[in-house]
Design a protein around this ligand. Sequence first.
Ligand SMILES: [Zn+2]
Length: 186
Amino acid sequence: MREKRSELEERLLQGIHGKKELKREERNRYLGEYEERVIRYLTREQVREKGIYPEILAAMRHPAARKLIVDRNIELGAANEYIKLARENGLQFKRVYSPDFKGDVGLVVVSDQAVEVENREVMPRKEQLKEKGISDTIIENPGAKLCNQCWQELREKAPEELRNYSRISFLDRVIGVKCICKKNEK
Ligand SMILES: [Zn+2]
């Protein structure tokens, strides 16, 4: 009887220890946060891409969002726009580093409690836009000024991406600014 009991105790203890270990691993994957509190995250590569992921802006506007956390390995310049948006949306911001961090997570928007979300990861921008039928010229040039036709294309197929582009103004046209779709025509 005695032995059986201690075996059970041991198994229980191991179970608790195992869970702790798992939680630690989980936190090392999400910049020190529990997965259940992560509303959305980006990989380091995604943070470094030009332009803003609209999914992250949406996550910052989630009613439970509290903090934006950025991996300290990421150059501040690459995260600037996200930091600005966090401030605008009333979130705290911090940069973190630990030698124990694992994986490729570069940025997380987190809550201070468990949040139910459908997707914590974000599909790479290029893949998303390709799937929506946006032309490669537009996909490859975030930040570009677009002619009416390209603007219209983007507005119809991926309106959430408009903020990563601007529209060629009358004045631009006067000084000869050309859309990226024209530059490739030779
Ligand atoms: Zn164009």
